[in-house]
Ligand binder design. Structure first.
Ligand SMILES: [Fe+2]
Length: 550
């Protein structure tokens, strides 16, 4: 069966193609349109579809629109209720629902040849759940699944269990109670962009003290049935509102810390309830925007009842394109195959990369090993734009569209945040050779998708200061030679030169822009930022070879 998944309803529009239960392509629209998050998260934009990524998914697999068995849309307008009845102040919500109802016609216009009858609506949180429960590595027994989101049609959360590829829902928290909307509200109060900058609030939290935890325990409570309640919160009583981009003070870090800790406590309680209700499933798979909170994920893995915790790398709404497609493929009789990696986006052949370099008239070489060449530049404290293979699905750069640097120089954080134009309190993350992980870090292993924070062992903190956050943690990506041979080689060569099995890895983009996707965008970034080496597939472009001042 050939099923195209579409996420379009709230934000992060994306498309995914599942063939015979296996995902063959998945990409976010922002990588094509170059508009961060694809669109604004407002009802007026709900009609906008991931047209470019959907067309690419089909073209990359050589599948015509009329050969699709179904299109899975990750929102079911038939489940919706009036926003006021749900306790939401969203006067234009009806418009969003109206657009969703017409999605089959809109899709048929965007994908000429599509029969609108082939479009199936998948409940939003069922799509999130499938992106976790059906895409996770095989568990050997039942897989508990926890969706923690801002909102779907009428709910914000879903707890359930997958048995033989079928979801049994156990509890779903109805709106307006929502952990995701709670975090979004705080994000807004702190002067950041909601549905976008929540990870900045999480980073800010590590600078504060949870002074308001007692109050938040009264305001955010778990219930006996596996759900929770969130009262209306007067944020200004705890810290004054910050204007967009305004100055942050201790009181704001303390507020962020308080909400973060309460969120962690609630997630732990929900996961324990689910463990009991699922009959003791040993694996928990998670998705939903809140599952991108890698501090909470790490605490859940450490203190929760599960042997394994797996988080969908595209845990935000983009991942519902994949989940919806997997769910419908299951309904049509296909058995889902676990996803092998997040490199599901666009890729270019060596011939195509070389043609792009020639067209740009850039002086390039083809070293014997691009990994060794990059390691040499990194060991000399240079910055490397690393462009290899297919691009990542989800918000993290995982060694395919990455900006790399030396972890041993304390000044690296400032330089990288300058290159990217980011706030200086934002941490930068390490990738580490899998075989050396345990020597340097404590915490979840393996961690190929960078969705957990880890504790840096005290004896290593001074050796890798650029990736050690103020609280002694790091958000680690483990690199395994079987799945990422070129990155593993780079790390091995860097260690041979420096004694450090770790390299700084951040996404290949500049502030406010989506991650680089095409070779041309990689060259544009290289030309506009103080990057020393562009490693474009097997080809090297050195800053020094360009001539002129550095
Ligand atoms: Fe969602």
């Amino acid at each position: 069966m050939r099923v195209l998944g579409i996420n379009a309803i709230f934000h992060d529009p994306a498309a995914a193609l599942v063939v015979d239960g296996r995902v063959v392509a998945a990409a976010e629209e922002e990588r094509f349109s170059r508009r961060k998050h694809g669109k604004r998260p407002v009802p007026f934009s709900a009609w906008e579809l991931p047209e470019l990524s959907a067309a690419w998914c089909l073209a990359s697999a050589g599948i015509d629109v009329d050969a699709l068995d179904a299109v899975a849309y990750s929102f079911d307008p038939g489940l919706c209720r009036d926003a006021a009845d749900l306790g939401l102040s969203d006067p234009w919500d009806w418009l969003r629902v109206d657009y969703a109802r017409r999605a089959p016609q809109f899709l048929a216009a965007a994908l000429p040849g599509l029969d609108p009858e082939k479009v199936r609506f998948v409940p939003h949180h069922v799509a999130h759940a499938a992106s976790a429960g059906l895409a996770a590595p095989p568990a050997g027994d039942d897989t508990a699944v926890l969706v923690l989101d801002g909102r779907g049609e009428v709910a914000s959360h879903l707890a359930g269990v997958y048995r033989d590829g079928r979801l049994s829902p156990l509890y779903s928290q109805q709106l307006p109670h929502s952990l995701g909307l709670l975090y979004e509200d705080l994000t807004r109060h702190l002067g950041f962009l909601h549905s976008s900058d929540e990870y900045k609030v999480m980073a800010l939290a590590s600078y504060g003290q949870p002074r308001h935890l007692g109050q938040l325990r009264d305001l955010v409570r778990v219930t006996d049935d596996g759900g929770f309640q969130v009262e209306r919160i007067d944020w200004s009583s705890m810290a004054k509102a910050v204007a967009a981009g305004g100055e942050l003070a201790e009181e704001h870090a303390d507020l962020a810390s308080s909400v973060q800790v309460r969120l962690e406590e609630v997630i732990l309680d929900l996961s324990r309830w689910l463990y009991d209700a699922s009959g003791g499933a040993t694996t928990l798979a998670m998705a939903g925007g809140v599952a991108l909170n890698c501090v909470a994920n790490a605490r859940l893995a450490a203190e929760g009842p599960y042997r394994d915790v797996w988080v969908q790398p595209a845990a935000g709404d983009s991942g519902t394109a994949l989940g919806a497609a997997l769910h419908v493929a299951g309904e049509l009789g296909d058995r889902s195959a676990p996803m092998a990696g997040a490199d599901l986006g666009r890729g270019w052949s060596e011939e195509e990369l070389e043609a792009e370099l020639r067209r740009a008239a850039l002086p390039y070489t083809r070293p014997a090993s691009i990994a060794a060449e990059a390691a040499r530049v990194l060991a000399d404290n240079g910055i490397v734009a690393w462009y290899q293979g297919r691009s990542e699905y989800g918000p993290r750069a995982l060694g395919h569209r990455s900006l790399l640097a030396h972890p041993g120089d304390p000044d690296t954080t400032r330089r990288m945040n300058d290159v990217k134009g980011r706030e200086q309190f934002r941490p930068i993350a390490p990738m580490v050779r899998a075989e050396r992980f345990a020597e340097l870090f404590d915490g979840v292993y393996p961690s190929p998708y960078m969705l957990f924070v880890h504790r840096v062992k005290p004896e290593w903190r001074d050796r890798i200061p650029a990736v050690t956050h103020v609280d002694g943690t790091a958000r680690v990506q483990t690199v395994h030679a079987e799945t990422e041979p070129v990155v593993a080689e780079l790390l091995a060569e860097f260690e041979r030169r420096t004694g450090l099995p770790v390299v700084v890895n951040t996404s290949l983009n500049t502030a406010g822009r989506p991650m680089v996707d095409t070779p041309r965008e990689a060259m544009e970034l290289f030309g506009s930022a103080p990057v020393d080496l562009l490693a474009l597939g097997p080809f090297a472009v050195h800053r020094g070879a360009l001539g002129g001042a550095r």
